[in-house]
Every structure is written in structure tokens, then in C-alpha cells.
Design a protein around this ligand. Structure first.
Ligand SMILES: C[S@@+](CC[C@H](N)C(=O)[O-])C[C@H]1O[C@@H](n2cnc3c(N)ncnc32)[C@H](O)[C@@H]1O
Length: 299
């Protein structure tokens, strides 16, 4: 379990945090975010094409041994499909180890519809995302294992959910209220040929056969969803305000049977009892390269 000593340092200034006034201005902000997002996509596209690589060939040769090609041995069709799936998102390093192929992963998101600029009549659904290269900072600071179930409350197009499943081997659940974003998340699972356990307009459950963990997307208001199996919760709550944040934190505490951590991107002045602020770390997001992230643990 993480240390309960409050080792965080909150004395630094707020300069890394979101400029809320820009964020709340949908028209102006939307353009800015869309451009930033495109820049990211261009960057990843270049990465994928190898334009940003330095001596990439040498590195890749060291990292990834080519998959041994079957010569004459006939592979059963079902097994062949699975092998192709693994090669698609993972590359073999040894006969047993698989290396996650991040560039390919990001390319799938880059080719999906724009998820920005879609609003809801009750909730603030302004869009932004955590950068996947800072997700390791979260996992380096929490306690987790393969029995954990990670929830992303407001999962958007599901990049965080897929990444945490593929890289950290967790069962993941994303809840999103905007139909278009839920559909993008669902379509990625179909495109990358994950095993479909259930697909409908409101719930999509995939299984990643590489780690045997599930990836679930739910189209709903997260206030309506039962959190009992969740152990780690992530909320990109930057513009939700204290009331919404506190209400959802209390719901998590009340419902989760085995709560370990709640990770939020904006702190609340009055967190509920039963949890304590364990760490403050820094992560990059689509709106800021250096923003505070607050990790709560259970008392
Ligand atoms: C800032 S985005 C975060 C996306 C993703 N979690 C990430 O960090 O990369 C917040 C998302 O929460 C969704 N959202 C807001 N209120 C919601 C609610 N009550 N129920 C479900 N989703 C909600 C928005 O539509 C939006 O897609």
C-alpha cells in the first residue's frame, strides 16, 4: 500500500494548471484545442512514419526481434487470427515477451473522428485528454496489480482506458455521456480486433486476449453507474467544480467495495472523509504540458 505520510509539496505556484477562463470559453477554446490536438496527431503521425526517429532502425532492431515466420506448419484459422492481433498491437521481443507498440496505438486514435466541440445540456463536456506519455507518472505513484479494476469517469474516446489495459494489464471501465465519443471508443476496439464479449448502443465489452483483462465502455451519466467493482478511479474533473467533484467522490467511497485510489486533475477544497491526499504529481494534458494531478488513497 502507498505510504500514508503526506509527502506531497503543494507550495509551488499554479502556473501549470489549466487556464480556466480560456477553457470555459467554448468557441475560442475549441479552436485552440482542436489545433493543439491536430499538432499532437501530426507529431504522432510523423513518429509513426519514422520521421522523428533518430537511428530508429538500430533501436528497433534491438527492441523488436522479428516474429518468426511459420514455414510450412499449418496454423489453425482461429489461432492465426489471434497471432495477427498480437502482432498488430504488440511485437514479440522474445518467445514469451510482448512489446507494446505505442506508435501504432496512437495512429488508430489519430484516424478517428474529432471528439471536440460536443456539448451536453446538463453537464460540462468540454474535451481534453491526458497525454499518454505521462500516464506512467500516475502508475509510478499508485499501488496496483492485475486484480484492480480502473474506472475513467468521463472516458471520451477511450485512449486512457485502452492504454491502461494494454500497458498496465488492468481491467478497465470507461463511462462517457457523449454518444459520439463513446462510439469512437467502441470503434477502436472493433478496428483493433479485440474479442467482442458484448456490443450494443450503450455498453461495449471487449476482452484483450493478450492479458485476459476486459475493456468496458458504458454510454451513460456516471452518476447512474454502479462502482462496486472499481478499485482505482480517474476523473479528469478540471472544470466540474467542487460540488460535482465532491458528489462523485462520495459516490465512489460509498459504492466501491475495495477502493484503493481516486485520481483527480483538480483538487477539491473539501474532500470527503475516508480518503486522504496522498501525493501530488505532474502530468501533461492536451491543454497544458505541466499540470498537477492529485492522488487520493484510502484512510
Ligand atoms: C476532459 S474529458 C477527459 C477524457 C479522458 N478521461 C482523458 O483524461 O483523457 C472529460 C469527459 O467527461 C465527460 N463527461 C462529463 N460529464 C459526464 C457525466 N456526467 N457522465 C459521463 N461523462 C461525462 C465529457 O463528455 C468528456 O468526454
Amino acid at each position: 500500500m502507498p505510504s500514508k505520510s503526506k509527502t506531497y509539496d503543494d507550495s509551488s505556484d499554479e502556473s501549470g494548471d489549466l487556464n480556466t477562463s480560456n477553457y470555459l470559453n467554448p468557441t475560442e477554446n475549441d479552436e485552440v484545442q482542436t489545433e493543439e490536438h491536430k499538432d499532437n496527431i501530426d507529431k504522432y503521425a510523423d513518429d509513426f512514419a519514422g520521421k522523428n526517429d533518430v537511428n530508429d532502425e538500430d533501436n528497433e532492431n534491438q527492441l523488436y526481434q522479428p516474429m518468426p515466420q511459420p514455414k510450412t506448419k499449418r496454423v489453425k484459422p482461429s489461432k492465426r487470427r489471434y497471432t495477427q492481433k498480437k502482432r498488430f498491437m504488440f511485437k514479440k521481443t522474445t518467445s514469451k515477451q510482448l512489446q507494446f507498440n505505442c506508435k501504432k496505438f496512437l495512429k488508430y486514435f489519430a484516424s478517428e473522428n474529432n471528439v471536440y466541440g460536443i456539448y451536453h445540456d446538463i453537464y460540462d463536456t468540454t474535451y481534453g485528454e491526458i497525454s499518454i506519455d505521462s500516464i506512467s507518472n500516475i502508475f509510478n505513484n499508485i499501488d496496483y496489480d492485475k486484480t484492480d479494476v480502473l474506472y475513467d469517469l468521463g472516458s471520451g474516446r477511450g485512449q486512457f482506458i485502452y492504454y491502461c489495459n494494454f500497458v498496465y494489464n488492468l481491467s478497465t471501465v470507461g463511462i462517457e455521456i457523449i454518444n459520439e465519443r463513446y462510439n469512437v471508443a467502441k470503434n477502436i476496439g472493433i478496428k483493433i480486433k479485440l474479442q467482442k464479449n458484448k456490443l450494443s448502443d450503450e455498453i461495449s465489452i471487449f476482452k484483450n486476449k493478450a492479458n485476459n483483462q476486459s475493456i468496458t465502455f458504458i454510454l451513460d451519466d456516471f452518476n447512474n453507474v454502479d462502482f462496486s467493482d472499481g478499485t482505482i478511479f480517474y476523473l479528469c474533473n478540471t472544470i466540474w467544480g467542487d460540488d460535482t467533484t465532491n458528489k462523485i467522490l462520495q459516490k465512489i467511497i460509498d459504492e466501491s467495495d475495495n477502493l484503493k485510489h481516486i485520481i483527480i486533475t483538480t483538487n477539491t477544497k473539501t474532500p470527503p472523509d475516508n480518503i486522504f491526499l496522498d501525493k501530488i504529481i505532474r502530468c501533461s494534458f492536451s491543454w497544458s504540458e505541466n499540470s498537477k494531478v492529485y492522488i487520493y488513497s484510502v484512510n
